[in-house]
Design a protein around this ligand. Structure first.
Ligand code: GAL
Length: 687
């Protein structure tokens, strides 16, 4: 085709676009506040005559977003190929009249009964061979081609219909990926995956050391699926296959949405914090935005565990994220479904924002009159009138409106990173060695004190670019691939401070032991190594630069080979082997530094360790020191810094600010703030 022809074609296309419905693209999407308050709304469960009343109540509470559709497949496609999306269109239009935009969830987490009845192969197989059945959700087989075709078709219908709808801001694919299938076809796909990844059986056999227990494979179709207990290489491969399969499951729908939707509509899925059923770094790659469902369940908000889960989610895309679901007071699935205290939901919302959430959305608006979750917390009761929590939600709505301008365009920036890897968590969980050893708790034992000192911590994978960090801490980085080791060595050589926590760098990319002992390929850089590890029944006393304390669960006996290695902590009298031996060592390498901590430090000692780590690395607290129990989180923007402060101490606390700041929620300027329990302050530097 000539250039002129191409020009004509382009002009002709413009006419076609202008003359057809695609012109709706030109309709501008409504302006939504930078901080969005939202809720999960299920219009399909209610008569249409009710919608307006519900939406008016939402509007009154400052809610600007509803997530809709994610379980409504039987309503969208009551029989195969017969689509009915008019009701959803009307629901979205009605919401828009109340200043509420929509996120559409694709309904693939809840297939209709006609589907699984007609195509029984789309039901997942449990490990014992039984098929899952209709009546709950997530009963589908994530690897099944027929299921994928049907899920893609409904996603395409939705995208065709709503991809240019100005009131639709984004898409959620499926809902909380979790349940996998153990059917023969999935197993065959796994074996094919192994072939792709290992190339030859010799390579697989060598990488997994299958000479052990006569595990050698002579044909790909002999490789079984093992979960939880088995050859560590096989276990890890299965989880990597599961992660890739969720990614392709997601991509199957994502492709048809991308092809039919405006680029301004984001695509996400709702993840689950510390859930480790797949490698989130794999699955998140194709998404525009990370989102997660933040539930406390039993008890009360643990700001350390929850804050770290936010930071983990923020680390998936390296930018602000959404809290797609969170509990309006209580849930229905814990052992004791206690309600969060008055003020706690409000504190939690601001804690979310401080850690980088741009949206906080409650699950759910109103309980379905029947169905499995009748007891779950809601914002309005079965009678459709506000619950006691509603005014607290409305307060959040008002405050989000006030703070939106200050927080628009701001994001979290940290000087400290914690390295996190699913491979390592799985590897430790499969061989805990001490039943009380929880790799997430290990991460949190570092995260809590480090966040308290630095007031901001990123959680990123070991493959991340690390040059922006002054301090990188790797607790329990049990599996360390050769490339990731290179990344860490480069970081130290470029002047960074790398701290390895106990159980680090023991395994290679196949979950096999590194022959050098720990820390494997980092041993030379460290100038020392782990001579022996001990699971502890009795705590081992420790002493040194960080005071006197104990290691309750685990002790690694370290040796310092190079003369420039400094011993930071030693074990006191313990099992004889450990007595007097190094428990933590450090070595300066040019402008950089590498430290290894072999003991599980008790909280007091860890506080001191965190102070040392940050001092020696030049990390400064973002705001300056604050009273204990007050959590500070900074968000940085072109106009300065916004600090979100939340008091989790039971007593009132006063925080003196380092300079006069703008009081974002109350107006005016302040130089100190007083916070009751669960009290919140949002203060900003003024330019
Ligand atoms: C989530 C799920 C929601 C709802 C909620 C109840 O895991 O995505 O649909 O079931 O739990 O807490």
């Amino acid at each position: 085709m000539t250039r002129t022809n191409l020009g004509h074609l382009a002009i002709a296309l413009l006419y076609v676009i202008a003359a057809t419905g695609v012109a709706t693209q030109a309709q501008t999407a409504p302006q939504t506040p930078a901080l969005l308050l939202g809720t999960a709304w299920y219009p399909e469960q209610w008569p249409e005559s009710r919608w307006d009343i519900d939406l008016a109540l939402m509007q009154q509470a400052g809610i600007h977003m509803v997530r809709v559709g994610e379980f409504a497949w039987s309503r969208m496609e009551p029989s195969e190929g017969q689509y009915d999306l008019d009701w959803l269109d009307r629901a979205i239009t009605t919401a828009a009249k109340h200043g509420i935009v929509a996120v559409i969830g694709t309904p693939s987490a809840a297939p209709p009964v006609w589907l699984t009845q007609k195509y029984p192969e789309t039901l997942r197989s449990l490990q014992d061979g039984r098929k899952d059945q209709h009546g709950n959700r997530q009963q589908f087989n994530f690897a099944n081609p027929k299921y994928r075709a049907l899920a893609r078709a409904i996603a395409e219908q939705l995208a065709n219909r709503f991809g240019h709808n100005p009131n639709v801001v984004g898409w959620q694919i499926d809902n909380e990926y979790a349940e996998v299938s153990f059917d023969a076809e999935t197993k065959a796909q796994f074996q094919e995956w192994l072939k792709q990844h290992y190339g030859t059986l010799d390579n697989l056999n060598a990488s997994w050391t299958t000479a052990y227990w006569s595990e050698t494979y002579f044909d790909w179709n002999q490789v079984p699926i093992q979960v939880g207990y088995g050859n560590p290489g096989l276990l890890l491969s299965w989880m990597r296959f599961v992660s890739d399969t969720w990614r392709s499951y997601q991509r199957n729908q994502l492709e048809v949405i991308r092809a039919n939707a405006d680029p301004r509509q984001f695509i996400t899925t709702n993840m689950m914090g510390w859930f480790d059923g797949y490698d989130h770094y794999t699955v998140v790659q194709d998404l525009d935005l990370a989102a997660w469902d933040d539930y406390v369940g039993q008890g009360h908000l643990d700001p350390v565990r929850n804050g770290a889960a936010h930071d983990l989610t923020r680390g998936f895309k390296g930018k602000n994220f959404w809290v797609m679901e969170t509990q309006p007071g209580g849930v229905n699935w814990a052992d004791i479904n206690n309600w969060l205290d008055r003020g706690e939901v409000h504190a939690m919302a601001w804690h979310d924002v401080g850690h980088g959430a741009d949206t906080v959305s409650y699950w759910q608006w109103r309980s379905a009159l029947n169905g499995q979750e009748q007891y779950h917390g809601t914002l309005v009761g079965p009678d459709g009138t506000p619950d006691p929590l509603y005014p607290e939600i409305a307060q959040i709505g008002q405050e989000f409106a006030k703070a939106s301008a200050a927080l628009a365009g701001t994001s979290v920036r940290s000087q400290v990173a914690i390295l996190h890897s699913y491979d390592s968590r799985w590897a430790i969980d499969w061989q805990k060695h001490n039943k009380n050893y929880d790799p997430v708790k290990e991460i949190l034992s570092y995260y809590g004190p480090l966040h308290a000192v630095a007031q901001s911590v990123d959680i990123v994978p070991p493959s991340a670019s690390l040059s922006q960090y002054k301090l990188v801490v790797a607790p329990g980085l049990n599996v360390l691939t050769e490339e990731d080791a290179k990344n860490l060595i480069q970081y130290v050589n470029n002047g960074g401070h790398l701290v390895l926590g106990q159980r680090s760098a023991m395994k290679d990319a196949h979950n096999g032991l590194w022959p050098q002992r720990q820390p494997g390929p980092l041993t030379e850089l460290l100038g020392g190594r782990v001579e022996q590890y001990y699971a502890l029944g009795e705590p081992a006393p420790i002493e040194g630069k960080w005071g006197t304390g104990e290691s309750p669960l685990w002790a690694e006996l370290l040796s310092a080979k190079d003369p420039d290695v400094e011993v930071l902590m030693r074990y006191n009298r313990s099992n004889g082997w450990l007595d007097g031996q190094p428990a933590a060592i450090t070595r300066k390498v040019g402008k950089g530094r590498i430290t290894y901590i072999g003991a599980w430090l008790d909280p007091k000692t860890m506080n001191q360790a965190a102070v040392w780590m940050t001092n020696v690395s030049g990390v400064k607290p973002a705001l300056g020191s604050v009273a204990e129990g007050v959590e500070v989180n900074p968000r940085y923007g072109a106009n300065g810094v916004v600090y979100v402060l939340v008091n989790f101490a039971t007593s009132p606390q006063t925080v003196k600010l380092p300079s006069v700041m703008q009081d974002v929620l109350n107006g005016g300027s302040v130089q100190s703030v007083r916070l009751l329990q669960y009290g919140v302050a949002v203060v900003a530097t003024t330019k």
